[in-house]
Design a protein around this ligand. Structure first.
Ligand code: CDP
Length: 787
């Protein structure tokens, strides 16, 4: 029973993460920890070529190796109508190659063996006859006359163009530019990067030949959605498919798509009658699964002479890779990129996007961002800084002059979003105060006189998370609504089942805190379950910071549903009418007689033992939440760097991050999310880079080539917070999981450009390696000398 004085550790408490107990003891259950009787192992043969005709596969030597059970080829998959599968963007993707290879690392064949090492050894015995074809590794090459046609199997596809997409108002934007005093432009490239979760992708497919039941243990951020896709791909009855996602070692968007490995393992299990395990190696993960970004962007801003922004025009080419497999809302071809007007009161804007096939692995996953918002935020925040310098204003002043003001919310943006709430000036003021902006500018000027290059970079980002309202948001036609199911047992302990899928964000802790807040049951008395499609309510899973705005809201709503019933039960126990019952933190009291009280635990017991006539027994319910709008977290980041002009090396002196995600459920977890995001933002700005040579070889297939920041190079972060609740969310929370990755890359790059602007450097594409920075300085000084 809850003692009257015991504080309920609900919303706003930094409750320690319950899941860490098992993680730090090494007692988590990841896919590779699961062993089933009779289990076989699968290894995948991947193409060394980026584009090559497949003339034939000779698997006889592999097949003859002791321990090899089967070699699966595209031909075999085709016999079962499984050589191709739908993608989450409504395109098709080869499961195993039948006609030609379209990217380096594509799945060509799979070996099933009694031992994982035998399976791997057997791959080398497979003889594949490839005929190399011309390769396309950029949108420019994809659209060039005479470019090789990558998707020649698609009926009606005569070039490498996938889609054209527009948002905003072209005519009024053209007028704004025609009437502008100043026009500032920027071409920038957000390079291909990889989410690189600690745990790679994998699965165990277990199809029972006797019952037809398929249980698939899978590293998926969206088990329910994947079950439906599997039913559509394999034609299996949906109730016979169970997807179980146990503990997941990081997802960051990488574990949303359906990968061929999952389908091949399932088909193999079906055909062989044994469970089949497939665990990706690090290099396989890095070259073939879920890349992000790869946006070539051109932005223009129209301004009045006094710095008032009057229009924005953005054009982009998206490099989608060989199959269009983005996981994003069906209606939106480049996700929520059209948030590109950011935090500014822009009267008009026009955004166009064109997607292209290239000979690269599919990309475009929501890598720690809400469907392409990171690219948008980078574009606008780089453009605003350059605009400030070009018109001779301080970048903080230019932002302040153009911010959407606090009293303008709800605010309709030029590209059609309705921002729910914000206080952009408040967040920026706090960041400037914390970093000591005015003083820093003086120190910067003094340092410059001594030949030292200090740079101060700002980014005031607006995110958009919580897809989404059913009118506009679906994936493959399935509406993006989510569920929460709550049952309070007779002793007052509860089980909450949710449709989100935690991959390290701490849902088992924070969602229990929401129930605690609403019902007054301590969070440790609430068990949170997720990740089993047979045992959780339907929903579209966790990515793009959508869990809090959708499942968090559903959790609050189902708790309130139970509270309404609990109030009736309390009235029955207290022998008063329902209107006379008050509720606060787990206690129901009689109005005007606070000593007459029952606890939520008393009520829960009564729900099974002593309920009034006509009432159903039990205290449980389920809610599916359809959010009325998205939520719009925001913040201002300030970064201070010093650049060594002789070497191009830059080091970070300060990082101040002020975030506003509305009401914080668990402040400690929020700070952890922000630390993680800042670290990723820094990595992308400073060192992460995946490139392709002219033959389509992926440079970045291991952690020696693809550099992730370690604790050694990661700077210290200073965090600040403002709180502007979302007016439509039941607990006023906005998502936060992605914000820092969205907001920070521009702040880091802006800081370096701030240091180098007087030398004539206007832009450097990420990552800002010292070699690139040095080269930019040399080019700028050569230009200055000749000019
Ligand atoms: O979808 P995902 O869980 O990645 O993102 P999120 O909804 O932004 O939540 C990330 C983590 O931060 C979760 O554990 C949330 O419950 C927590 N959070 C919070 O405590 N308060 C907020 N206002 C937003 C998120």
């Amino acid at each position: 029973m809850v003692a009257e004085t015991e504080e309920i550790r609900g919303i706003g408490h930094s409750v320690r993460r319950v899941e860490d107990d098992r993680f730090i003891r090494g007692a988590g259950t990841y896919i590779d920890d699961i062993h089933l009787p009779g289990m076989l192992y699968m290894a995948i043969l991947r193409s060394p070529y980026a584009h090559a005709k497949l003339n034939g596969i000779d698997a006889s030597a592999a097949q003859a190796l002791d321990g090899v059970i089967a070699v699966v080829t595209g031909e075999l998959m085709a016999q079962h109508n499984l050589a191709w599968m739908p993608t989450l963007s409504g395109d098709t993707e080869a499961v195993l190659v039948t006609d030609k290879v379209r990217f380096q690392g594509q799945e060509v064949a799979a070996v099933i063996a009694t031992d994982p090492y035998v399976a791997k050894d057997a791959l080398e015995l497979i003889d594949v006859d490839y005929e190399p074809l011309g390769v396309v590794v950029s949108p420019d090459q994809a659209k060039a006359a005479g470019a090789p046609l990558i998707r020649d199997e698609k009926e009606g596809q005569t070039d490498n163009h996938i889609y054209h997409w527009e948002s905003g108002d072209e005519e009024s934007t053209d007028t704004a530019f025609a009437q502008a005093d100043r026009v500032v432009s920027l071409d920038t490239f957000y390079p291909r990067s990889h989410p690189s979760p600690l745990e790679t992708c994998g699965c165990i497919a277990d199809v029972n030949p006797a019952t037809g039941q398929a249980t698939i243990y899978m590293t998926s951020q969206a088990p329910q959605l994947i079950r439906t896709v599997f039913a559509l791909v394999a034609g299996l009855p949906e109730e016979k498919i169970r997807i179980v996602s146990p503990d997941i070692g990081g997802g960051f968007g990488n574990k949303v798509p359906v990968y061929p490995g999952y389908v091949i393992a399932t088909a193999a299990s079906l055909l062989l009658g044994h469970p089949v395990k497939w665990i990706e190696e690090r290099s396989e993960n890095l070259i073939s699964t879920g890349f992000a970004r790869d946006f070539h962007m051109h932005g223009e801003m129209a301004l009045k002479a006094d710095g008032t922004m009057t229009g924005l025009r953005v054009k982009l080419d998206a490099d989608e890779g060989a199959f269009h497999a983005d996981a994003q809302p069906s209606k939106l071809k480049v996700g929520l990129f059209h948030i590109v007007s950011g935090s500014y009161d822009l009267p008009t804007a026009h955004v166009t996007a064109d997607g292209y096939y290239t000979n690269k692995a599919p990309g475009g996953v929501a890598y720690r961002c809400s469907f392409r918002v990171t690219e948008a935020s980078y574009m606008i925040e780089r453009l605003v800084q350059n605009a400030a310098y070009e018109i001779g204003m301080d970048p903080a002043e230019l932002r302040k002059k153009n911010f959407i003001q606090k009293d303008q919310f709800p605010y309709r943006s030029a590209t059609g979003f309705e921002y729910d709430s914000g206080d952009y000036q408040g967040a920026m003021d706090l960041a400037l105060e914390k970093v000591g902006y005015e003083q820093l500018r003086k120190e910067q000027a003094d340092a410059r006189e001594q030949g030292r290059l200090i740079g101060i970079g700002l980014a005031s980002f607006t995110e958009v998370v919580g897809a989404g309202p059913h009118k506009d948001y679906d994936i493959l036609g399935i509406k993006m609504n989510d569920g929460a199911e709550l049952r309070v047992h007779p002793t007052g302990k509860a089980i909450l089942k949710i449709s989100s899928q935690t991959q390290g964000q701490g849902h088992e802790t924070t969602f229990a805190q929401i129930v605690a807040e609403e019902l007054g049951i301590q969070p440790e008395d609430i068990k949170v379950m997720h990740g089993d499609s047979d045992d959780t309510p339907y929903g579209l899973g966790t990515y793009a910071s959508r869990s809090t705005p959708t499942v968090g809201a559903a959790t609050a709503m189902v708790s309130r549903k139970l509270r309404d019933k609990a109030r009736k039960l309390a009235a029955h126990l207290l022998e008063v009418s329902e209107e006379d019952v008050e509720f606060e933190k787990g206690r129901f009291t009689v109005k005007g007689a606070p000593d007459k009280a029952v606890t939520i635990q008393d009520v829960a017991f009564a729900a099974y033992t002593n309920f009034p006539d006509g009432m159903e027994a039990g205290l449980e319910g389920v809610t599916y939440y359809d959010p009325p709008n998205l939520t719009f977290p925001f913040g201002t980041y300030a970064v201070v760097v010093e650049v060594d002009a002789d070497t191009g090396v830059w080091k970070v002196d300060r990082v101040v991050a002020v975030d506003d995600c509305g009401v914080r459920i668990n402040p400690m977890i929020v700070e952890g999310q922000i630390h993680g995001g800042l670290c990723e933002g820094f990595g992308i700005a400073a060192m992460e880079q995946i490139t392709f040579d002219e033959e389509g070889n992926c440079i970045g297939a291991n952690f020696l080539d693809y550099l992730l920041p370690t604790a050694w190079e990661t700077p210290r972060f200073e965090l600040g917070e403002t709180v502007t609740p979302s007016p439509h969310h039941p607990i006023g929370a906005k998502g936060v999981g992605e914000s820092a990755t969205v907001g920070s890359p521009a702040a880091f790059v802006n800081a370096v450009i701030d240091a180098l602007w007087p030398l004539g450097v206007r832009n450097i594409d990420m990552p800002l390696t010292s070699a690139k920075v040095w080269e930019a300085i040399q080019t700028a000084s050569a230009g200055a000398a000749s000019g």
